[in-house]
Design a protein. Structure first.
Length: 184
């Protein structure tokens, strides 16, 4: 695993040796950021289920102003901290929160421009989490939510809360780009 582009391009990232954790592959990360292009530049980003921090660190490398890394696993957060230190990310550019994703969605109030979610494929509360985030103060009318999920665990494509802008298939994964509906 590595940073693909930007100021930290080529830097290698540590990942867990725990086989139950599925890190975002470089191919999926490349697909996401090819669609996003310059969108992360100057933006506030959320890396939810951050794990090793691969998505958030890629956003920082591409010019994001600040990243909130959120994960509930101490092991993942320790690897994230090692990656941040190894890369040399300035402390004012990130905040690390140890919190369950659904708890974050229910309590967070800071506006986020780009939400990057890579939950475990078997995450049971996926639809609830998406609906909660999209109704929360975290999502602004200009926010974008990007979600990697298993193709056999699809999200609702007809929603009163959000519109699906794009969906891309890659192996077992489906990458969905969502925005909050205007009337929300």
């Amino acid at each position: 695993m590595r940073i693909i582009s930007g100021i930290y391009k080529g830097r290698k990232l540590k990942s867990s040796d725990d086989l139950s954790i599925r890190p975002t592959t470089d191919r999926v990360k490349e697909l996401i950021f090819n669609v996003l292009q310059d969108f992360p530049e100057g933006k506030t980003v959320l890396d939810l289920f951050s794990g090793s921090g691969s998505l958030g660190l890629e956003a920082l490398s591409r010019g994001a102003k600040k990243v909130y890394f959120v994960d509930s696993s101490n092991k993942s957060l320790n690897i994230l901290k090692q990656n941040i230190k190894a890369i040399g990310v300035p402390q004012e550019q990130y905040i690390i929160l140890k919190q369950a994703a659904i708890d974050f969605a229910r309590t967070a109030a800071m506006p986020i421009d780009l939400l990057l979610l890579d939950p475990p494929f078997k995450y049971a509360e996926l639809q609830l989490l998406i609906d909660t985030l999209l109704r929360s103060p975290v999502m602004t009318p200009k926010s974008l939510l990007v979600l990697e999920h298993e193709r056999i665990n699809p999200i609702e494509t007809e929603s009163l809360v959000y519109d699906v802008l794009i969906q891309k298939k890659m192996g077992r994964s489906l990458i969905s780009f969502l925005v909050r509906k205007e009337n929300e």
